[in-house]
Write a protein of this length. Structure first.
Length: 190
């Protein structure tokens, strides 16, 4: 599985797998070992590959929300229709470029970063659909359950630190979502 994902990222980036290996300081023969023997790279090499393509290591290994990657990638329109129906996901949490009818136009890396940023888990259903869980941090931010002055400043600082570590496209998406969220209705405005 690893090599198929690695190869797809290389193809999309228009770079040979052996070139990636050389660029990250590995021997070209290492790539042949991965392909021929179905091996995955060690942790250090895996992180270098993830950094090279700007994707999470979990994607390369098919773990976490990427366990059903093949189903997601083969039915992107169905996946995004399912995403748009999940409680807690507003339109602002969907990629700006998303047109469900043309979901295949979203780059592989962009789709992976979206899933990594927004979803805690994804599963397939018997009818070929999807079920998913939104990352709690995003739900908390979106619902504005408590105003900043109610002792949550440490949490807000941590959310901001995490957000600053994300690519600019993710930062923009989250900020749009926050701007579109309804004002806090849980507390008094006195």
């Amino acid at each position: 599985m690893f090599f198929d994902i690695f190869e797809a990222l290389c193809k999309e980036s228009k770079v040979a797998p052996s070139r990636v290996a050389l660029d990250i300081g590995l021997n070209k023969s290492t790539v042949s070992m991965w392909k021929k023997h179905g091996l995955s790279p060690n942790t250090e090499a895996l992180q270098k590959i993830a950094d090279y393509f700007q994707v999470p290591p979990a994607f390369l290994l098919g773990t976490g929300p990427f366990r059903h990657w093949e189903a997601i990638n083969n039915n992107r329109a169905g996946f995004f229709r399912a995403v748009s129906q999940v409680p807690g996901i507003s339109r602002e949490l969907l990629p700006d470029t998303l047109d469900v009818a043309d979901a295949d136009a979203i780059s592989l890396a962009e789709l992976v970063r979206y899933i990594d940023t927004v979803l805690e888990s994804v599963a397939t259903t018997e009818d070929g659909g999807f079920t998913m869980v939104v990352k709690p941090m995003l739900l908390e931010a979106q619902t504005h359950k408590a105003p900043p002055d109610s002792g949550n400043s440490a949490k807000i600082d941590r959310i901001m630190q995490l957000l600053q570590q994300q690519p600019e496209a993710v930062q923009t998406m989250v900020l749009k979502m926050l701007e579109a969220a309804p004002p806090n209705s849980g507390g008094s405005d006195q």
